[in-house]
Design a protein around this ligand. Structure first.
Ligand code: ATP
Ligand code: MG
Length: 390
């Protein structure tokens, strides 16, 4: 069967002069994600991307599922291409949508016609095919106001297309069209969600993880790598930068007041992330911080954390409830991995009584005893990179 996939573009269609650029990114992202499922021809006209399998052994279900995770797309539809002839279109609808037409109580046909040489108007075509479908499926009623099933017909340049029941797309903008950012990826629930949210605005991510072996185990690191791999379904190719953090944490513990452990540690994370951002052409840092969730996420603590860097710190979860974050984590498939019980470097050195309203000069004084620049350079020199290509 001449089955294909149509992607409806979302916000890209509002993009005036830059539209070609955004569309180009969407096409190259879609092509790359399709490659594990066979050979396809991918083209775009009139705010729709057409994906046609080039051989019979293409995995169309796998490809369709992958396309629901590509940012920049609002709807994903399997469609049948047929000859641009009213009876061929009816036959195609009858055969291709038979299960849907048998199961639904009511339906309506809608047509669009971008090929203006087609001899019928959209309304005439809808009526013609609608009547024949009514005869062919006597148990289904026509309901033009609230049909259970909407049968869509499109007459375009190359062919006509028949489809129904679009799947929701991932929304957002194509990854890579709005630049790069470093995302701080821990093994928790929040940071995979914050990463997903920023990638959805068209940002290519560079994930950074701070690893405190042997205080945190190889399994904790593997968990973060598993999360990164899961994120590639949405975020595309990722190279995770694993930063050795043990020496920094030991130095903080040996030399700084306990109440500032977490804050000073987080300031090191920001400084190192900023350097990695410079090396990778990134214009912002992304964290999973959420106002009021823990002592280091009060407004005062966030101010202290970000005061040591110049780049903007994007915190997409800042005003969200945990419940809503968990819902997204489940939807994007990271939740089950995130709740695996491996420790994070933050939990290993948690102070008993952290300051919830820290003052910047106090924290700066507390960390002044450390060789900050030297420790940052040492950590950068020890980075391990793990690449997830798709
Ligand atoms: P998460 O669920 O994302 O771990 P959290 O609520 O546990 O967040 P914290 O542990 O205080 O909060 O971390 C706040 C943010 O700092 C995280 O969302 C993440 O962006 C970053 N972060 C924390 N620990 C690490 C780490 N080991 N490596 C990289 N980033 C980290
Ligand atoms: Mg955490």
């Amino acid at each position: 069967m001449n089955d294909m996939i149509l992607l409806k573009q979302g916000e890209i269609v509002l993009k005036g002069l830059n539209r070609r650029y955004f569309e180009g990114k969407l096409l190259s992202n879609a092509k790359r994600r399709l490659s594990p499922f066979g050979k396809f021809e991918v083209t775009s006209t009139q705010s729709t991307v057409y994906i046609e399998p080039l051989s019979d052994d293409c995995d169309m279900d796998g490809a369709t599922d992958a396309m629901t995770k590509v940012f920049g797309v609002v709807a994903v539809t399997r469609a049948l291409a047929c000859e641009k002839d009213k009876d061929a279109i009816f036959e195609a609808a009858k055969r291709y949508l038979a299960d849907d037409l048998e199961a639904a109580k009511s339906f309506k046909v809608e047509s669009r016609r971008s090929d203006k040489s087609f001899p019928m108007t959209s309304i005439e075509l809808s009526q013609y095919v609608g009547n024949l479908l009514s005869d062919a499926f006597p148990d289904i009623e026509v309901d033009v106001h609230t049909p259970e099933l909407l049968v869509e017909l499109e007459v375009r340049e190359k062919a006509a297309y028949v489809h129904a029941r679009p799947l929701p797309g991932a929304g957002g903008l194509p990854v890579g069209c709005n630049g790069n950012a470093v995302t701080l990826l821990s093994g928790g629930i929040d940071s995979p969600v914050s990463s997903y949210m920023i990638a959805r605005r068209g940002i290519h991510l560079v994930p950074v993880h701070f690893f405190s072996f042997p205080y945190t185990s190889e399994q904790a690191k593997q968990k973060v790598l598993d999360l990164a791999k899961q994120l590639t379904d949405y975020c595309g190719r990722l190279t995770v930068e694993i930063v050795p953090f043990t020496h920094i944490q030991e130095e903080i513990r040996a030399n700084c007041p306990e109440e500032y452990f977490t804050l000073i540690m987080r300031r090191f994370m920001m400084r190192i992330s900023e350097k990695i951002a410079e090396q990778n052409g990134c214009a912002a840092l992304v964290t999973g911080e959420d106002l009021g969730q823990v002592a280091s996420q009060t407004m005062e603590a966030l101010r202290v954390t970000e005061a040591c860097v110049d780049l903007p710190v994007l915190r997409p979860l800042i005003g969200m409830d945990k419940r809503d974050i968990v819902e997204i984590a489940r939807k994007i498939g990271t939740f089950d991995t995130s709740i695996l019980p491996y420790e994070d470097c933050c939990t290993v050195f948690t102070p008993r009584h952290p300051k919830t309203k820290p003052k910047l000069p106090d924290v700066e004084a507390a960390e002044a005893v450390l060789d900050v620049d030297g420790l940052v350079l040492e950590a950068l020199a020890g980075i391990e990179r793990v690449k997830f290509d798709i």
